[in-house]
Design a protein around this ligand. Structure first.
Ligand code: SN0
Length: 316
């Protein structure tokens, strides 16, 4: 099996519960990955994903190889039938097959490039590796999804939730750079698969792909969205709409998360995947408050990765 997106999970609640059990005894399955190798390929920067995925694999007894492919590998070609007389040195057809001979699992991070919306939304890089590799693929944030982060977030909400149906809000916040929709897409997808009163709030023009919005309530009124919320999940993303795809259209500081806004919630918890721009996305007073879960979320990255790798190992 791959862990590419939510469709690779048979039962999300079971995975969340299993991860919480794993967290109690992270070394309980140390023999499962013995003599198996995971190779982590990074086309983009990473802190949490790199270290927590490595840690998860080590907890399962695996060998870990890591390569910053974006800066150290050959420039890959993805197109069919291309005459490779330009800058691209190697085709993914060979690269994926070659790495498959060195590893039992290939984990890949490859963000949206924002050059071509279709290429991003067809998951050019991950789809090519899934096509040509002969071993399972683990998604460490692809063009349009971050399933390890979303799984982490469901684990973190489960640990802190006290209600049968908590109000969970995904809020856009401003950022100086154009960021991918991946984290927001996956959070929305996993939240829709959970028993939440789920609300998404963003400025006009920041609508996400409807396939991820699903049955969520969408509002442009951030304050209204925050009322009585139990969890405030904050993330910047750039527009999905064709005309402004991947551009910065809005840096309105009135969308920043302040203590005043958090005061509208039901003593709500503040969540963010990190890295976060302090005093742009969120005020210090909020991220440094007792209700901030960001460091706990980062810890849970290990157990989300560990449950996903464990399931893949069990499928080999
Ligand atoms: C990435 C994103 O998808 O938004 C990774 C999040 C886990 N975030 C960034 O690229 C932030 C970069 C910045 O300069 O703040």
């Amino acid at each position: 099996m791959n862990y590419f997106d939510i469709n690779d999970i048979d039962n999300l609640q079971n995975w969340v519960e299993e991860a919480i059990v794993l967290k109690e005894k992270p070394l309980a399955h140390k023999s499962l990955g013995a003599d198996k190798t995971i190779c982590l390929l990074f086309f983009n920067n990473s802190l949490r994903t790199r270290l927590s995925t490595q840690k998860a694999a080590l907890n399962l007894g695996m060998n870990v190889m890591i390569m910053n492919f974006g800066s150290e590998g050959w420039q890959l070609e993805y197109g069919d039938g291309e005459v490779m007389d330009q800058g691209k040195s190697e085709h993914v057809i060979e690269a994926a097959q070659v790495v498959s001979q060195y590893a039992d699992i290939i984990a890949i991070r490859a963000f949206a490039k924002f050059e071509n919306k279709e290429e991003d939304y067809q998951e050019q890089v991950l789809a090519a590796f899934m096509k040509y590799a002969s071993v399972p693929i683990l998604n460490m944030e692809s063009a349009i999804g971050h399933p390890l982060q979303a799984l982490t977030d469901m684990i973190t909400i489960a640990e802190h939730n006290t209600k049968s149906k908590p109000k969970v809000v995904l809020s856009w916040a401003p950022h100086p750079k154009a960021l991918p929709q991946a984290v927001a897409n996956s959070f929305a997808q996993y939240a829709n698969a959970s028993d939440f009163d789920f609300v998404i709030t963003h400025p006009e023009g920041y609508e996400l792909d409807p396939q991820f919005v699903g049955k969520a309530t969408v509002t442009h009124n951030q304050k209204e969205a925050f009322e009585n919320a139990d969890f405030i999940y904050v993330k910047n993303w750039s527009p999905f709409a064709d005309e402004n795809y991947g551009k910065v259209m809005n840096t309105d500081a009135s969308w920043r998360i302040s203590a005043d806004k958090m005061a509208l919630t039901n003593n709500g918890k503040f969540m963010h995947c990190l890295p976060v721009r302090r005093n742009v996305i969120v005020d210090d007073a909020v991220i440094d408050s007792e209700n901030s879960l960001v460091i706990k979320q980062a810890n849970n990255r290990t157990y989300a990765a560990q449950i996903a790798i464990k399931k893949i190992l069990e499928s080999l």
